[in-house]
Write a protein that binds this ligand. Structure first.
Ligand SMILES: [Fe+2]
Length: 138
């Protein structure tokens, strides 16, 4: 099944939502490549794209939290760091397995569930906090 951002994942801050949408597109690209059993080099490029984008997104999200003085920024930083660690592990497991595509296919749910839960449980609170400051972006 294709991985997609859905409106119930909206945190109410436009630039964060926009990045989350792109993140889902990149994750989808990786898993589609996995299902299509693309070559190892290609899969590695897709993992690198996802990894780079994830890091950029977390940096931007953390900068925004700093800007608005979000009180739970430390918990966010920790969650972000552990997710990045998981992506790094995924990449090494894939390469250590000699490019076993099952590693990628099996990681699909883990990666997407993690981010969806993180958005629902943690990122939405950023939007709620921003709202109390009148920080509404359109
Ligand atoms: Fe976050």
């Amino acid at each position: 099944m294709a991985v997609k951002w859905t409106p119930d994942l909206s945190v109410g801050v436009k630039h964060i939502d926009d990045q989350h949408k792109i993140w889902f597109e990149k994750a989808n690209g990786l898993f589609e490549a996995g299902k299509a059993r693309k070559a190892k080099e290609y899969i590695n490029t897709m993992i690198d794209f996802l990894d780079e984008y994830t890091k950029q997104h977390f940096r931007d999200e953390e900068a925004y939290m700093e800007k608005i003085g979000y009180p739970e920024i430390e918990a966010q930083r920790k969650a972000h760091a552990s997710f990045i660690e998981n992506l790094t592990k995924l990449k090494s497991e894939y390469n250590e397995s000699g490019g076993n595509i099952l590693v990628i296919i099996n990681a699909n749910n883990m990666v997407v569930d993690w981010l969806s839960n993180h958005i629902r449980k943690m990122d939405k609170k950023i939007g709620e906090y921003a709202k109390t400051l009148g920080e509404i972006e359109k």
